[in-house]
Design a protein around this ligand. Structure first.
Ligand SMILES: Cc1cc2nc3c(=O)[nH]c(=O)nc-3n(C[C@H](O)[C@H](O)[C@H](O)COP(=O)(O)OP(=O)(O)OC[C@H]3O[C@@H](n4cnc5c(N)ncnc54)[C@H](O)[C@@H]3O)c2cc1C
Length: 318
């Protein structure tokens, strides 16, 4: 695991940024088969049929239209349209009114134009605002994903501004960043929905813990801050040590099953997802779909030797 984290992980994550590798991978049918384990399909119809299956098994869902690092306004606008269409389709499911909304969409601000050279932050803010307004109309929550650390200040300032109009808007904080315990304090005090994850990018030691024990310790400290606060913690992890720590913390801060939720990624630890949901917990599955699956897929390969081995084995078997 040590060698994987030190050597293979940064190399695999660097591949996430290579256009040439992306184009090659997208053409290989075998990649597509392996990708299906993590991304159920490319169309809204594919996403909706997975939503139905997950809801039928008592799980909550957060749907992500895949795409990141948009470099022109037209692509950002197309992403907004895709979200508006998705939200219309989700609204038609007519889920019951509930304190914990069963359906949510997740967004990446980079896909909404955040990195555009002129007015990127303003464009992403207005695009996210249009998506939030539609989500409110159809009774669906929105959570803003966390990307690499150079975007954190901009992302959190957009979220603060949107929360003035949409107080149910959630965001993601990454436990591997040294700043995150402080960010957790701020958002826990303001009553926000916060998804806490370890973090999926290759970050420098100047801003992030690089040792997995340090990341795990930071996660538990941050989770405590969120559980003690007035917001809604979303425990996004597949790590058994973290999942096991949650019930005692929830009891300590008198949180019932509607006062926090567990979250896992589509295709990862499915049996554990079912167990948590069957025991009456709120468990949400992050469900990505779309044609731009490459960056997301490579981050999953980089997370775990077993995911990467699974991919290599599938390649070798052809
Ligand atoms: C709902 C959700 C949303 C996320 N959103 C973001 C985001 O916005 N930004 C971001 O940077 N990252 C995001 N992430 C990714 C996250 O940052 C981590 O990269 C990812 O979740 C892996 O960390 P982990 O906590 O699962 O623990 P890891 O350290 O990866 O794994 C710990 C342990 O979990 C178990 N485990 C993990 N994977 C498997 C598996 N496939 N099968 C069996 N056991 C397994 C193993 O026991 C493993 O040792 C999100 C994750 C989730 C679940």
């Amino acid at each position: 695991m040590g060698v994987f984290n030190r050597v293979a992980r940064p190399a695999i994550l660097a591949a996430a940024r290579s256009d040439r590798l992306r184009r090659t991978a997208e053409r290989l049918p075998v990649t597509r088969d392996v990708v299906r384990r993590f991304v159920p399909g490319e169309t809204v119809a594919d996403a909706l049929s997975s939503v139905t299956a997950l809801r039928d098994s008592g799980r909550l869902v957060s749907i992500d239209y895949l795409g990141e690092d948009v470099t022109d306004v037209d692509t950002a606008n197309a992403t907004v349209d895709a979200y508006l269409g998705l939200l219309d389709a989700l609204g038609e499911r007519r889920e019951p009114e509930a304190k914990v909304r069963p359906l949510e969409v997740s967004l990446k601000l980079s896909a909404l134009g955040q990195a555009l050279p002129r007015d990127g932050e303003k464009i992403a803010l207005e695009n996210a605002r249009a998506i939030c307004a539609k989500a409110r109309d159809v009774g669906v929550w929105v959570t803003v994903d966390a990307e690499d650390h150079t975007t954190t200040d901009s992302t959190l300032s957009i979220v603060r501004e949107l929360r003035a109009d949409f107080d149910w808007l959630g965001t993601v904080l990454q436990a591997y960043l040294k700043r995150t315990e402080g960010d957790c304090r701020e958002f826990a005090e303001s009553g926000a929905r916060i998804r806490l994850c370890k973090g999926a990018y290759d970050e420098p030691a100047s801003v992030a813990y690089r040792d997995s024990d340090d990341v795990d310790a930071s996660y538990l400290r941050c989770l405590r801050v969120l559980m003690a606060g007035s917001g809604y913690p979303m425990v996004a992890s597949h790590d058994p040590a973290i999942i096991e720590a949650v019930p005692a913390m929830a009891r300590e801060f008198s949180r019932g099953v509607d006062d926090f939720e567990y979250q896992m990624l589509y295709g990862i630890r499915d049996a554990e997802q079912r167990r948590l949901a069957d025991e009456g917990n709120s468990l949400r599955v992050y469900l990505p779909f779309g044609t731009q699956w490459y960056g997301y897929f490579v981050r999953r390969l980089a997370e775990r030797p077993a995911n990467f081995t699974f991919f290599l084995r599938a390649l070798a078997e052809r």
